[in-house]
Design a protein around this ligand. Structure first.
Ligand SMILES: [Cu+2]
Length: 232
């Protein structure tokens, strides 16, 4: 028992201290969008979202900022600020996870009730249209312990090049007070080591299983630590 209490204290201390280092680095090198899931900006470029006009093509081995993979939280509305960058008409559309870009079409109807296909899309992005705001509220993952949820985002006009993924975890602001605080870290630490199956552990807390894998472990601690201090 003493060992597990010590482990939890070490985890919390490590998470918080480690996070201070992370925040310091993030403030210098990472745009706010990377640590504030609620708001991000994507620029529509035909080679890939946020690609630049110089350098190698947007690809896994090319410019890393292209088609950024986003992390969002279940139940938390995110707001995308979308701007037109080049070429022609674009849009920003959210599809169910795993949907192939080869099947995406600009005429696809979008409906939040779809179980496979387009869930929502922005207005058209054009050279003269200015910045478009687009909001979406993730409703996944279900509490089925099958892992984090995922969506695909596409430009429906250029789905093979303008495509990124959105990972959806549960909200680390467990007490819903608007900030990821030490209370949230402590709640996760208290449930540390608990598992959901086959029978929930005594300290099992489904909300603390941020990545929805059926166990509260170091991955959940790392997630809450990463967003520690953030308003969500
Ligand atoms: Cu496009």
């Amino acid at each position: 028992m003493r060992v597990s209490i010590l482990l939890i204290i070490l985890l919390v201390a490590g998470a918080v201290l480690g996070n201070f280092g992370l925040q310091k680095t993030a403030a210098k090198t990472v745009p706010l969008a990377a640590v504030s899931p609620a708001n991000f900006a994507n620029r529509a470029m035909v080679e890939g979202w946020n690609s630049t006009t110089t350098g190698p093509p947007c690809s896994p081995s090319g410019r890393s900022i292209c088609n950024p993979n986003l992390t969002e939280f279940r139940g938390l509305i995110f707001n995308a600020s979308l701007s037109w960058g080049d070429c022609c008409t674009h849009d920003f559309a959210i599809y169910t996870g795993g949907f192939s870009g080869l099947k995406v079409n600009s005429t696809d109807p979008c409906n939040a009730a779809n179980t496979r296909g387009c869930l929502a899309k922005s207005l058209l992005l054009t050279a003269t249209g200015g910045t478009i705001m687009f909001s979406f509220k993730p409703t996944i993952p279900a509490d089925d312990f099958s892992g984090a949820g995922s969506y695909e985002y596409f430009c429906q006009f250029h789905p093979t090049t303008m495509h990124g993924t959105i990972t959806v975890d549960k909200n680390p602001d467990l007490d819903k007070d608007g900030t990821v605080s030490i209370v949230d870290v402590a709640t996760i630490a208290f449930a540390f080591g608990a598992t959901a199956l086959p029978t929930p552990s005594a300290t099992w807390n489904v909300a603390a299983d941020l990545n929805n894998d059926g166990r509260v472990d170091i991955l959940d601690v790392a997630l809450v630590a990463f967003y520690f201090g953030n308003n969500v």
